[in-house]
Ligand binder design. Structure first.
Ligand SMILES: NC(=O)c1ccc[n+]([C@@H]2O[C@H](COP(=O)([O-])OP(=O)(O)OC[C@H]3O[C@@H](n4cnc5c(N)ncnc54)[C@H](OP(=O)(O)O)[C@@H]3O)[C@@H](O)[C@H]2O)c1
Length: 295
Protein backbone atom coordinates (compact mmCIF):
# COMPACT_ATOMS: atom_id res chain seq x y z
CA UNK A 1 0.00 0.00 0.00
CA UNK A 2 1.15 3.53 -0.76
CA UNK A 3 -1.37 5.99 0.64
CA UNK A 4 -1.57 9.59 -0.51
CA UNK A 5 -3.23 11.81 2.09
CA UNK A 6 -4.44 15.27 1.05
CA UNK A 7 -5.06 17.96 3.66
CA UNK A 8 -2.66 16.38 6.14
CA UNK A 9 -2.38 19.59 8.20
CA UNK A 10 -6.10 19.36 8.99
CA UNK A 11 -7.67 17.68 12.01
CA UNK A 12 -8.45 14.40 10.26
CA UNK A 13 -5.31 14.54 8.11
CA UNK A 14 -3.12 14.61 11.22
CA UNK A 15 -4.83 11.56 12.69
CA UNK A 16 -4.55 9.69 9.38
CA UNK A 17 -0.81 10.28 9.54
CA UNK A 18 -0.84 8.92 13.11
CA UNK A 19 -2.85 5.88 12.04
CA UNK A 20 -0.46 5.12 9.14
CA UNK A 21 2.59 5.44 11.41
CA UNK A 22 0.97 3.19 14.02
CA UNK A 23 0.15 0.50 11.44
CA UNK A 24 3.49 0.77 9.63
CA UNK A 25 1.75 1.80 6.39
CA UNK A 26 3.65 3.50 3.59
CA UNK A 27 2.22 7.00 3.10
CA UNK A 28 2.86 10.44 1.73
CA UNK A 29 1.17 13.29 3.58
CA UNK A 30 0.38 16.42 1.58
CA UNK A 31 -1.16 19.77 2.38
CA UNK A 32 -1.16 23.39 1.27
CA UNK A 33 2.00 25.14 2.58
CA UNK A 34 4.55 23.65 4.96
CA UNK A 35 4.12 20.71 7.30
CA UNK A 36 2.40 21.95 10.47
CA UNK A 37 2.18 18.53 12.08
CA UNK A 38 5.32 17.78 14.11
CA UNK A 39 4.31 14.10 14.31
CA UNK A 40 4.57 13.79 10.52
CA UNK A 41 8.15 12.93 9.51
CA UNK A 42 9.65 15.44 7.06
CA UNK A 43 10.46 12.62 4.64
CA UNK A 44 6.77 11.70 4.45
CA UNK A 45 5.60 15.24 3.72
CA UNK A 46 5.10 17.04 0.44
CA UNK A 47 3.64 20.51 -0.07
CA UNK A 48 0.64 20.12 -2.41
CA UNK A 49 -2.15 22.49 -3.32
CA UNK A 50 -4.94 20.27 -4.66
CA UNK A 51 -6.04 22.96 -7.10
CA UNK A 52 -2.68 22.79 -8.87
CA UNK A 53 -3.02 20.15 -11.60
CA UNK A 54 0.71 20.19 -12.38
CA UNK A 55 1.55 19.34 -8.76
CA UNK A 56 -1.15 16.66 -8.71
CA UNK A 57 0.26 15.05 -11.86
CA UNK A 58 3.76 15.11 -10.42
CA UNK A 59 2.80 13.49 -7.14
CA UNK A 60 1.12 10.60 -8.99
CA UNK A 61 4.06 10.24 -11.40
CA UNK A 62 6.66 10.09 -8.64
CA UNK A 63 4.74 8.29 -5.93
CA UNK A 64 2.31 5.96 -7.74
CA UNK A 65 -0.20 5.86 -4.85
CA UNK A 66 -2.31 2.72 -4.51
CA UNK A 67 -4.81 4.68 -2.37
CA UNK A 68 -5.80 8.33 -1.96
CA UNK A 69 -7.57 9.67 1.12
CA UNK A 70 -8.90 13.04 0.02
CA UNK A 71 -9.59 15.16 3.10
CA UNK A 72 -8.45 18.52 1.68
CA UNK A 73 -11.41 20.85 1.33
CA UNK A 74 -12.70 24.26 2.23
CA UNK A 75 -14.53 23.21 5.35
CA UNK A 76 -15.82 26.54 6.65
CA UNK A 77 -19.51 26.38 5.76
CA UNK A 78 -20.16 30.15 5.88
CA UNK A 79 -16.99 30.91 3.90
CA UNK A 80 -18.22 28.53 1.18
CA UNK A 81 -21.57 30.33 1.08
CA UNK A 82 -19.84 33.65 0.35
CA UNK A 83 -16.98 32.33 -1.80
CA UNK A 84 -18.81 29.85 -3.99
CA UNK A 85 -16.30 29.80 -6.87
CA UNK A 86 -13.36 29.16 -4.58
CA UNK A 87 -15.35 26.47 -2.77
CA UNK A 88 -16.20 24.79 -6.10
CA UNK A 89 -12.59 24.94 -7.27
CA UNK A 90 -11.26 23.12 -4.21
CA UNK A 91 -14.18 20.92 -3.22
CA UNK A 92 -15.35 19.89 -6.71
CA UNK A 93 -12.79 20.60 -9.44
CA UNK A 94 -9.78 19.33 -7.44
CA UNK A 95 -11.77 16.22 -6.60
CA UNK A 96 -12.64 15.74 -10.28
CA UNK A 97 -8.96 15.89 -11.26
CA UNK A 98 -7.88 13.55 -8.45
CA UNK A 99 -10.52 11.04 -9.56
CA UNK A 100 -9.24 11.27 -13.15
CA UNK A 101 -5.70 10.52 -11.97
CA UNK A 102 -6.90 7.73 -9.67
CA UNK A 103 -8.69 6.15 -12.63
CA UNK A 104 -5.57 6.46 -14.77
CA UNK A 105 -3.25 4.99 -12.09
CA UNK A 106 -5.73 2.34 -10.83
CA UNK A 107 -5.72 3.95 -7.41
CA UNK A 108 -8.47 3.56 -4.82
CA UNK A 109 -9.99 7.00 -4.21
CA UNK A 110 -11.55 7.81 -0.84
CA UNK A 111 -13.60 11.00 -0.60
CA UNK A 112 -14.45 12.67 2.70
CA UNK A 113 -18.01 13.95 2.79
CA UNK A 114 -20.46 15.28 5.33
CA UNK A 115 -23.84 15.02 7.05
CA UNK A 116 -24.55 18.42 5.44
CA UNK A 117 -25.46 16.55 2.24
CA UNK A 118 -28.82 15.98 4.00
CA UNK A 119 -31.57 18.53 4.66
CA UNK A 120 -31.96 17.63 8.34
CA UNK A 121 -35.70 16.93 8.34
CA UNK A 122 -35.39 13.21 9.05
CA UNK A 123 -32.29 12.58 11.17
CA UNK A 124 -30.58 9.25 11.83
CA UNK A 125 -29.53 9.05 8.18
CA UNK A 126 -28.35 5.83 6.59
CA UNK A 127 -26.13 5.55 3.52
CA UNK A 128 -29.24 4.93 1.36
CA UNK A 129 -31.13 8.08 2.36
CA UNK A 130 -31.65 10.72 -0.27
CA UNK A 131 -29.39 13.77 -0.21
CA UNK A 132 -30.76 17.33 -0.33
CA UNK A 133 -28.13 19.86 0.78
CA UNK A 134 -29.15 23.26 2.16
CA UNK A 135 -25.79 25.03 1.95
CA UNK A 136 -23.27 25.61 -0.81
CA UNK A 137 -20.71 23.58 1.16
CA UNK A 138 -23.19 20.68 1.29
CA UNK A 139 -23.86 21.04 -2.44
CA UNK A 140 -20.14 20.98 -3.23
CA UNK A 141 -19.78 17.72 -1.30
CA UNK A 142 -22.78 16.21 -3.10
CA UNK A 143 -21.15 17.16 -6.42
CA UNK A 144 -17.96 15.43 -5.30
CA UNK A 145 -19.91 12.32 -4.36
CA UNK A 146 -21.77 12.30 -7.68
CA UNK A 147 -18.50 12.36 -9.62
CA UNK A 148 -17.91 8.92 -8.09
CA UNK A 149 -21.45 7.56 -7.98
CA UNK A 150 -22.26 8.49 -11.61
CA UNK A 151 -18.78 8.00 -13.04
CA UNK A 152 -17.34 5.00 -14.87
CA UNK A 153 -14.64 4.51 -12.24
CA UNK A 154 -15.63 2.05 -9.52
CA UNK A 155 -12.60 1.88 -7.23
CA UNK A 156 -13.81 4.34 -4.63
CA UNK A 157 -15.21 4.88 -1.18
CA UNK A 158 -17.11 7.81 0.28
CA UNK A 159 -16.85 8.48 4.00
CA UNK A 160 -19.50 10.77 5.43
CA UNK A 161 -18.91 12.11 8.90
CA UNK A 162 -20.44 14.60 11.34
CA UNK A 163 -19.22 17.28 13.80
CA UNK A 164 -15.68 16.00 14.21
CA UNK A 165 -13.76 16.86 17.38
CA UNK A 166 -10.32 16.24 18.81
CA UNK A 167 -6.98 17.93 19.26
CA UNK A 168 -4.22 18.59 16.75
CA UNK A 169 -1.19 20.75 16.10
CA UNK A 170 -1.44 24.25 14.60
CA UNK A 171 -4.95 23.70 13.26
CA UNK A 172 -6.35 26.45 11.04
CA UNK A 173 -9.74 26.13 12.73
CA UNK A 174 -11.08 24.95 16.06
CA UNK A 175 -13.77 22.32 16.66
CA UNK A 176 -16.83 22.20 18.89
CA UNK A 177 -15.17 20.50 21.89
CA UNK A 178 -11.99 22.62 21.89
CA UNK A 179 -14.05 25.78 21.37
CA UNK A 180 -16.44 24.92 24.21
CA UNK A 181 -13.58 23.98 26.51
CA UNK A 182 -11.57 27.14 25.81
CA UNK A 183 -14.59 29.42 26.13
CA UNK A 184 -15.87 27.81 29.33
CA UNK A 185 -12.43 27.83 30.93
CA UNK A 186 -12.04 31.54 30.21
CA UNK A 187 -15.59 32.15 31.48
CA UNK A 188 -16.68 33.65 28.18
CA UNK A 189 -20.41 33.72 27.37
CA UNK A 190 -21.20 31.46 24.43
CA UNK A 191 -24.29 31.20 22.25
CA UNK A 192 -24.99 27.54 21.51
CA UNK A 193 -27.73 26.26 19.23
CA UNK A 194 -30.36 24.14 20.95
CA UNK A 195 -32.19 22.98 17.80
CA UNK A 196 -29.40 21.27 15.85
CA UNK A 197 -28.77 17.56 16.33
CA UNK A 198 -25.60 15.75 15.26
CA UNK A 199 -23.54 12.60 15.78
CA UNK A 200 -20.35 14.08 17.26
CA UNK A 201 -17.34 12.11 16.04
CA UNK A 202 -14.03 11.59 17.79
CA UNK A 203 -11.41 12.18 15.11
CA UNK A 204 -9.26 9.19 16.13
CA UNK A 205 -12.21 6.82 15.53
CA UNK A 206 -12.85 8.43 12.17
CA UNK A 207 -9.21 8.04 11.10
CA UNK A 208 -9.29 4.38 12.13
CA UNK A 209 -12.41 3.82 10.02
CA UNK A 210 -11.00 5.57 6.94
CA UNK A 211 -7.87 3.41 6.97
CA UNK A 212 -9.85 0.25 7.78
CA UNK A 213 -11.94 0.72 4.61
CA UNK A 214 -8.70 0.67 2.60
CA UNK A 215 -7.24 -2.29 4.47
CA UNK A 216 -10.43 -4.31 4.10
CA UNK A 217 -10.61 -3.29 0.42
CA UNK A 218 -14.18 -2.07 0.88
CA UNK A 219 -15.93 0.16 -1.64
CA UNK A 220 -19.06 2.32 -1.56
CA UNK A 221 -20.44 4.80 0.94
CA UNK A 222 -19.91 4.58 4.71
CA UNK A 223 -21.22 6.67 7.58
CA UNK A 224 -18.51 7.05 10.22
CA UNK A 225 -19.54 8.99 13.29
CA UNK A 226 -19.86 8.80 17.05
CA UNK A 227 -22.41 6.38 18.55
CA UNK A 228 -25.15 8.83 19.56
CA UNK A 229 -27.28 11.60 18.16
CA UNK A 230 -27.45 14.60 20.49
CA UNK A 231 -28.16 18.29 20.32
CA UNK A 232 -25.19 20.62 20.04
CA UNK A 233 -26.13 22.31 23.31
CA UNK A 234 -26.25 18.96 25.13
CA UNK A 235 -22.80 18.20 23.81
CA UNK A 236 -21.52 21.49 25.24
CA UNK A 237 -23.26 20.84 28.59
CA UNK A 238 -21.63 17.41 28.76
CA UNK A 239 -18.20 18.87 28.00
CA UNK A 240 -18.76 21.37 30.84
CA UNK A 241 -19.89 18.60 33.21
CA UNK A 242 -16.99 16.35 32.33
CA UNK A 243 -14.42 19.07 33.01
CA UNK A 244 -16.40 20.37 36.02
CA UNK A 245 -16.84 23.81 34.50
CA UNK A 246 -19.72 26.16 35.18
CA UNK A 247 -22.59 26.05 32.70
CA UNK A 248 -23.88 29.54 33.50
CA UNK A 249 -22.11 31.04 30.47
CA UNK A 250 -23.81 28.65 28.03
CA UNK A 251 -26.60 30.61 26.37
CA UNK A 252 -29.14 28.61 24.32
CA UNK A 253 -30.03 30.10 20.96
CA UNK A 254 -32.16 28.97 17.99
CA UNK A 255 -30.37 28.51 14.66
CA UNK A 256 -32.53 31.20 13.05
CA UNK A 257 -31.41 33.81 15.57
CA UNK A 258 -27.72 33.15 14.89
CA UNK A 259 -28.12 34.71 11.41
CA UNK A 260 -25.33 32.66 9.87
CA UNK A 261 -24.63 32.98 6.14
CA UNK A 262 -25.24 29.30 5.40
CA UNK A 263 -28.32 27.35 6.44
CA UNK A 264 -27.50 24.29 8.54
CA UNK A 265 -29.62 21.13 8.54
CA UNK A 266 -31.41 20.88 11.89
CA UNK A 267 -31.45 17.17 12.57
CA UNK A 268 -28.74 15.05 11.01
CA UNK A 269 -27.03 12.24 12.92
CA UNK A 270 -26.10 8.91 11.44
CA UNK A 271 -27.22 5.33 11.38
CA UNK A 272 -23.81 3.61 11.48
CA UNK A 273 -24.95 -0.05 11.35
CA UNK A 274 -23.28 -0.66 7.99
CA UNK A 275 -19.90 0.49 9.33
CA UNK A 276 -20.31 -1.52 12.53
CA UNK A 277 -21.09 -4.69 10.57
CA UNK A 278 -18.78 -4.37 7.58
CA UNK A 279 -15.76 -2.69 9.15
CA UNK A 280 -16.05 -3.65 12.80
CA UNK A 281 -16.08 0.12 13.37
CA UNK A 282 -16.14 1.14 17.03
CA UNK A 283 -16.71 4.68 18.19
CA UNK A 284 -16.17 5.98 21.69
CA UNK A 285 -18.96 7.54 23.73
CA UNK A 286 -18.34 11.24 24.30
CA UNK A 287 -17.02 11.01 27.88
CA UNK A 288 -14.58 8.20 26.98
CA UNK A 289 -13.31 10.27 24.07
CA UNK A 290 -12.89 13.31 26.33
CA UNK A 291 -10.87 11.15 28.71
CA UNK A 292 -8.56 10.14 25.81
CA UNK A 293 -8.38 13.69 24.58
CA UNK A 294 -7.01 15.11 27.84
CA UNK A 295 -4.45 12.34 28.10
N1 LIG B 1 -14.69 18.61 10.80
C1 LIG B 1 -15.95 18.25 10.63
O1 LIG B 1 -16.80 18.43 11.52
C2 LIG B 1 -16.36 17.55 9.36
C3 LIG B 1 -17.68 17.11 9.25
C4 LIG B 1 -18.07 16.49 8.07
C5 LIG B 1 -17.17 16.30 7.05
N2 LIG B 1 -15.88 16.76 7.17
C6 LIG B 1 -14.97 16.58 6.04
O2 LIG B 1 -13.85 15.83 6.48
C7 LIG B 1 -12.67 16.29 5.84
C8 LIG B 1 -11.61 16.61 6.88
O3 LIG B 1 -12.11 17.58 7.77
P1 LIG B 1 -11.18 18.31 8.84
O4 LIG B 1 -12.01 18.57 10.03
O5 LIG B 1 -9.90 17.59 8.98
O6 LIG B 1 -10.98 19.70 8.09
P2 LIG B 1 -9.80 20.76 8.26
O7 LIG B 1 -9.21 20.66 9.61
O8 LIG B 1 -10.35 22.05 7.78
O9 LIG B 1 -8.74 20.20 7.22
C9 LIG B 1 -8.81 20.41 5.85
C10 LIG B 1 -7.40 20.60 5.37
O10 LIG B 1 -7.42 20.84 3.96
C11 LIG B 1 -6.42 21.79 3.69
N3 LIG B 1 -6.65 22.46 2.43
C12 LIG B 1 -7.55 23.42 2.14
N4 LIG B 1 -7.41 23.81 0.86
C13 LIG B 1 -6.40 23.08 0.35
C14 LIG B 1 -5.77 23.03 -0.92
N5 LIG B 1 -6.15 23.85 -1.91
N6 LIG B 1 -4.74 22.17 -1.11
C15 LIG B 1 -4.34 21.36 -0.10
N7 LIG B 1 -4.89 21.36 1.13
C16 LIG B 1 -5.91 22.22 1.34
C17 LIG B 1 -6.51 22.77 4.85
O11 LIG B 1 -5.31 23.52 4.92
P3 LIG B 1 -5.12 24.70 6.00
O12 LIG B 1 -5.11 24.03 7.32
O13 LIG B 1 -3.78 25.23 5.61
O14 LIG B 1 -6.25 25.63 5.80
C18 LIG B 1 -6.73 21.82 6.01
O15 LIG B 1 -5.49 21.46 6.57
C19 LIG B 1 -13.07 17.48 4.98
O16 LIG B 1 -13.17 17.07 3.64
C20 LIG B 1 -14.42 17.90 5.53
O17 LIG B 1 -15.24 18.46 4.53
C21 LIG B 1 -15.46 17.36 8.31
Amino acid sequence: MRILITGSNGLLGQKLVKQCLKNGLNFIATSKGGNRNPECPTLNYLELDVSNVLELNQVFQFYYPTHVIHTAAITNVDYCEINKEECDLINIESTRFLIKLSNQYKTHFQFLSTDFVFDGFKGDYSEEDEVNPLSHYGKSKVEGELLLINGDFDNWSIVRTSLVYGEGYNLSRSNIVLWALDSLKSEKKINVVDDQFRSPTYVEDLAWGCVEILQKEEKGTFHLSGPEIISVIDLVYRVADYFELSTTNILPIHSFDLKEKATRPLKTGFDIKKSLNKLGYKSLPLEKALERLIK
